[in-house]
Design a protein. Sequence first.
Length: 253
Amino acid sequence: MFKMVITAAFFTSITISVPMGAIAGGGHDGDHWDYMGHNGPEHWADISKEFKLCGNGKEQSPINISDVKTANLPVIQFDYKPGSLEVLNNGHTIQVNHAAGSSITVDGEKYELLQFHFHTPSENIVDGKSFPKEMHLVHKNARGQLAVVGVFTKIGAKHRVLNKIWDHMPRKAGEKKMMASVSINAADLLPADRGYYSFNGSLTTPPCSEGVKWMVLKTPIEASSEQIKRFIQVIGTNARPVQPTHARRVEAL
């Protein structure tokens, strides 16, 4: 088991409330799952037969990123465009649905950006260390295969784009806000350095489907402790514990 480490400043500035979260949407209708208690991560596989991979999968996410092998990985080519803001509180996370037209290309394969959402604390950890927050940008190619870009957040300066999202964050589960007058570009939520860790993984929420291409950027972005506190006050903590790596190879560019 790995210990999650978060700065003291993070803990002293944040009050934890109701837990919730998601990676590519919420759970299946009628199959309630959560982040603690009887429906917490250790019980997900028992909630529904469709969630069995949450318990017996061999390429589950998130992971402790360690024993990394340097490799000649392809550069992630980001082609994100600005669009109007659509924010959803799906009961597990705050999710920003993205208009069509933004994508990444990796090794000649194009993946369209569908949405991005947030987890507090981070789900993936690096050498046993957790970050206060992690953003997941979820993409899909023409064959329906998913690719997720993970971006860590550390405590620092207030993030301008994140503030735009938080200012219109729905407070009730199931509520959506569409702000045609507010434009954001997901590219503005990325660090300048795009070096990344690569591994095969899964959705981090039920049904925990595998076959997901994970690319976690090495360099974190910054957000203020107040911004992270605002998220927790609405959603709570929403991170699945790290899963066994098994025989997977973790590579880095």
